[in-house]
Design a protein around this ligand. Structure first.
Ligand code: HAM
Length: 422
């Protein structure tokens, strides 16, 4: 017996129906915000991912050497690939360039509910605009994608890496130490953070103040802490403009400031954000993103970039946790030939209805009417057409409404108009 590889999943037709339903809804939302779709390869040069994050990322991804000796990796995310494509082909496009994507990602994570080795992201990148309105719209787009599919219980937290940098400066910490601390902050491991800060010679008072600022939603409190850093004050004021636009113009108010949001990936700078579904427990982060720098690292002319990605699989889990009623899979018509002589007519009707855009199936196992009706019910068929010799003499068939059980004789030429009225 073979089994799916650890951390991967099969999706049955029923599950695919849910996934496609959400995908269609999300694509419509991305398009409504002026984004166009992009697709990049499933694997890329390994260097694309180590360029910013360093060799240490290799242990977290699927890296391999192909038969031609090329160092490749299954993509762990799509931001670096999209920016690679931008630098390679799209730099001359009018700005801002707004691109969205759906794609499988691969990470050598420890699998658990909501965390897989193969998972799907729905995300976007905006290239060439960093005005407060562009950032506010990015945040609004992420939030709207999730509310448009029916999620209710979600919360956005907005952080800012420039300001966290200023906090570190007040503590006089080296870059290497900052990196270690950022990992602890990212995971909200404040006890370990306390220990590390004490080891770095930071007083208990300052440590508590620092941890407090990382968690406070109060912009004034943050302002007071970074008073001496002009760049950080400017960044805070620009972040306030973004958030005011989000609340007052985009009418999205379910957010809070949280400087403790520092994002694990190495390319971010400035505003970063995450959206959580608290109902999911440990793996509750549905979406993450922010402003970042990769274009110049990949050899392109410097241009502002920002984006986010939604974990598609977690989003489905969150919808299920909220008891969302996905539309059941359905078949428009199931056709039952009463005997084999009725087959040509059965197939002709199937083909005609299919051409008219209906989903149609017919009995291909030569079962009796009773068993075929049970099968049609199991497949959620809306209507069953029974093709029998007596009705066929009159160029008619029997139409059965599967919801009510009502049956009527209908001329073959009238089937489609009749079905439209059902
Ligand atoms: P990320 O936070 O690493 O960001 O991933 C985005 C989302 O993907 C997460 O919030 C989570 O829902 C989902 N996700 C991550 N790892 C797994 C996993 N192992 N299993 C299931 N879901 C997972 C990025 O990838 C950035 N590229 C986002 C971005 C776009 N930033 C700027 N542009």
């Amino acid at each position: 017996m073979f089994q799916v590889p650890r951390g991967t999943r099969d999706f049955t037709s029923e599950e695919m129906e849910k996934r496609r339903y959400i995908e269609k809804n999300m694509a419509a939302t991305f398009k409504s915000f002026g984004y166009g779709e992009i697709q990049t390869p499933t694997f890329e040069s390994l260097e694309l991912f180590t360029a910013k994050s360093g060799e240490s990322i290799i242990s977290e991804i699927y890296a391999f050497t192909d038969k031609g000796g090329r160092q490749l990796a299954l993509r762990p995310e799509l931001t670096a690939p999209v920016i690679r494509c931008y630098v390679e082909r799209l730099q001359m496009e009018p700005k801002p360039l707004k691109l969205f994507y759906f794609g499988n990602c691969y990470r050598y994570d420890r699998p658990q509910k909501g965390r897989y080795r193969e998972f799907q992201q729905a995300g976007c990148e905006i290239i060439g605009a960093d005005t407060p309105e562009a950032m506010a719209e990015l945040l609004a787009c992420a939030f709207t994608l999730l509310t448009n599919i029916g999620l209710k219980n979600i919360r956005m937290n907005v952080g800012n890496l420039t300001i966290v940098g200023a906090l570190f400066s007040t503590l006089n910490l080296q870059k290497d130490d900052q990196k270690k601390l950022l990992l602890l902050i990212d995971k909200s491991q404040f006890d370990d953070l306390r220990i590390s800060l004490r080891e770095l010679g930071i007083s208990d008072d300052t440590t508590e103040q620092f941890i407090c600022i990382l968690q406070t939603p109060d912009i004034e409190e943050i302002h007071a802490f970074i008073q001496k850093d002009e760049a950080a004050i400017k960044e805070l004021s620009s972040m306030k403009t973004v958030l005011d636009l989000l609340a007052n113009a985009f009418k999205i108010t379910e957010y809070g400031i949280k400087l403790g949001i520092v994002r694990g990936l190495d390319y971010y700078k400035g505003i970063v954000f995450e959206i959580d579904a608290p109902l999911l427990g440990a793996e509750k982060q549905l979406c993450g993103g922010g402003a970042y720098e990769l274009v110049s690292l990949f050899g392109g002319s410097d241009v502002p970039t920002a984006g986010f990605a939604i974990g598609f699989d977690r989003t489905i889990l969150a919808l299920e946790a909220e008891g969302f009623a996905f539309p059941p899979p359905s078949l428009d018509v199931y056709i039952i030939p009463v005997n084999q002589e009725m087959l040509p007519t059965t197939i002709e009707i199937s083909q005609r209805l299919r051409r008219e855009g209906l989903s149609v199936d017919f009995d291909q196992l030569r079962r009796g009417v009773g068993k075929s009706l049970k099968y049609a019910a199991a497949k959620h068929a809306n209507t069953v057409i029974i093709v029998g010799p007596k009705e066929l003499e009159q160029q008619s068939v029997t139409l059965r409404d599967m919801k009510t059980g009502n049956q009527e004789i209908v001329a073959i030429t009238k089937i489609h108009s009749k079905l439209k009225n059902v």
